[in-house]
Every structure is written in structure tokens, then in C-alpha cells.
Write a protein of this length. Structure first.
Length: 124
């Protein structure tokens, strides 16, 4: 599907994927797999982390057909490909939809932490 999207994007088009904030360890395997898959589909990728710890933040996969150039300074943390270990990352394919299985650990942790943070704010 990503190859189709990449083909249909205009030269200045952008695919943005908002994802769980985990990028390291077993909880980050899904994000690393998504990155690897976007790269395989020939996207230029800027991976941006919103503020906070991995369990509190989001990852934004800013993906374009051509080299991405920011018109303004990026105020959030960039995560660079050279800083990631892709040894356990999977290449995601349409015929083997495993993403929902490999992000389960991250999703459960994120939901637990999100509920705790919001409960504290609303139950003061």
C-alpha cells in the first residue's frame, strides 16, 4: 500500500503517520518496522518525536516522495536513521498484516499510561 501511496503523491506531497512514541526495545519494534517499510517504498523520512518520554509522546513519520526540506525550524526532537537498530524490524507487507500484533505491547503500555495521566488530572 505504501508503494501505491508513494506513486500517487505529488512531488511536494506528504504522508504523515502518527504513531506510538516507542522506538527502542521490544515496544519500539513496530515503529522501527514501519520506518523500514517506508524506506523500502522509497520515501524520504523525517522521524519527529513530540515532547516527553517514549510512553508519553507520539512519533510523526513525515514521509515524502522527494527530499524533505523544512521551511521553518523543527521544534521537536528529530530521530535519525543512523541512531536506530533495525535488526529485528520487519518489512511490513499487505499479504502478511502483522503490524497490529507487533505494536500490541506498545499499545497496551500507552493506553495504561494515558489513562493514569488523565485520571490524575480529572480526579484532583
Amino acid at each position: 500500500a505504501f508503494a501505491d501511496i508513494q506513486h500517487k503523491l505529488t512531488d511536494n506531497g506528504l504522508l504523515v503517520v502518527n504513531f506510538y512514541g516507542f522506538i527502542n526495545g521490544s515496544k519500539g519494534r513496530a515503529a522501527r518496522s514501519l520506518y523500514k517499510t517506508l524506506k523500502q517504498a522509497k520515501f524520504d523520512i523525517h522521524l519527529i518525536a513530540t515532547p516527553g518520554e517514549e510512553n508519553e509522546r507520539n512519533l510523526l513519520f513525515m514521509s515524502g516522495k522527494n527530499e524533505l526540506k523544512a521551511k521553518q525550524q523543527i521544534i521537536h526532537n528529530m530521530i535519525y536513521e543512523m541512531d536506530l537498530n533495525f535488526d529485528d524490524a520487519l518489512l511490513l507487507t499487505d499479504d502478511k498484516p502483522v503490524l497490529e500484533h507487533i505494536y500490541l505491547e506498545a499499545a497496551l503500555q500507552w493506553r495504561k499510561d494515558y489513562n493514569e495521566v488523565n485520571a490524575k488530572q480529572f480526579l484532583r
